[in-house]
Design a protein around this ligand. Structure first.
Ligand code: OGA
Ligand code: NI
Length: 349
């Protein structure tokens, strides 16, 4: 990729009935140990593709898109977005920066190694965290950027700049999507706006080796993400999700220019279970090493996420305890060597 310093491309009213609340969902995905589910298909399953540009058109078009997002969240917990305003060059540059970082000598990378989950930057390779089967990763706190960027790698020299541009853009997309989902939940797009604006962003920058023949093919074991939304940029195919209708693994398609989006544990909590978190994993690609950048969006470190009181009543009692990102990190630290760790399970009432 050239990675020229290109600017990213330029980036109502809805009926009162909530698009999300009007259906029930199966909850199979967490009742079977995910490792044991069959991989159902050799071909990726079609994933809903949302044209994000339509969110800023007239109110009829917007509410159509909001409904599509709501349906995808409710039925699948994931979808993809196109026309999201992040240029291909910005995405390519972020992947290139990530890839170049992982090519650095181990001594340089190991400087970022830490057992402390609250470190602004944390490098690790497989084995220690029980879910990384075959991956190296660099986790970066990314919002508010001015608090964190001073800790980000300075090698390769382009790293901070390219990762920053992408991080800011990914966050813009996440906030736009969050508004649409809040609208669909009947909470209104301004719901808890300040907490979302001041929220956290964690980048999980992953590097998976090319699969070698006959070797273990799982890069990252099944898990769900803790936040509200994850925006995932990947260099090639490898992500799999649990398909709820067939209760099997599904390969996620790799569409040009698209970003994959899925919901996390705190979305399930906020929606009081109307939207379910998505269990996913990463498989090694047999053709090439793979880079992925997961941008995870939540509230600020100590800000508690609770079930929206508007979604709690006599028929729908509160299903989850409140929790924060900080609580999640404590949970993770206490369950580092435990494969069955599950933050959301620990929140269920
Ligand atoms: C993650 C994640 C998937 C992938 O980092 O949380 O799920 O495809 N990544 O790398
Ligand atoms: Ni994940």
């Amino acid at each position: 990729a050239l990675c020229a310093h290109e600017n990213p491309l330029g980036s109502s009213n809805i009926s009162k009935t909530s698009a999300v609340t009007s259906a029930n969902m199966s909850d199979l995905s967490r009742t079977v140990p995910q490792e044991q589910l069959p991989s159902q298909d050799l071909h990726p399953s079609p994933t809903p593709v949302i044209n994000l540009g339509h969110l800023s058109l007239d109110s009829v078009t917007r509410s159509g898109v909001v409904n599509d997002i709501a349906k995808a969240c409710r039925d699948l917990g994931y979808f993809q977005v196109i026309n999201h305003g992040i240029s291909q060059s910005v995405m390519d540059c972020a992947v290139k920066a990530a890839s170049d970082f992982f090519k650095l000598p181990s001594e340089i990378k190991e400087k970022f190694a830490s057992e402390d989950l609250r470190q602004p930057v944390r490098y690790d390779t497989s084995s220690k965290d029980s879910i990384s089967m075959s991956r190296a990763f660099l986790k970066l706190y990314a919002h508010p950027l001015s608090d964190w960027i001073q800790y980000w790698p300075q090698q390769p020299p382009i790293y901070r700049e390219y990762m920053e541009i992408y991080a800011v853009e990914a966050r813009r997309v996440a906030l736009q999507l969050m508004e649409a989902i809040l609208e669909a939940l009947g909470l209104g797009k301004e719901y808890l706006n300040e907490k979302f604006q001041e929220g956290s962003q964690l980048l999980s920058v992953n590097c998976y080796p090319k699969a070698s023949q006959g070797a273990m093919t799982i890069g990252l074991a099944p898990h769900s993400d803790y936040g509200f939304l994850t925006i995932l940029l990947t260099s090639c195919r490898g992500l799999e999700v649990v398909d709820r209708s067939s209760n099997s693994w599904r390969t996620v398609q790799q569409l040009p220019h698209a970003l994959h989006v899925h919901v996390g544990d705190h979305m399930e909590v906020l929606s009081n279970g109307l939207i379910k978190t998505v269990v996913h994993r990463a498989i090694l690609n047999s053709e090439e090493a793979r880079i992925s950048i997961a941008s995870i969006h939540g509230f600020a470190l100590d800000e508690k996420v609770t079930c929206a009181k508007e979604l709690v009543d006599e028929q729908n009692p509160q299903k989850y305890k409140e929790s924060s990102l900080s609580d999640f990190l404590d949970h993770l630290a206490a369950n580092m060597d435990n494969k069955q760790r599950n933050f959301l399970e620990s929140l269920k009432m």
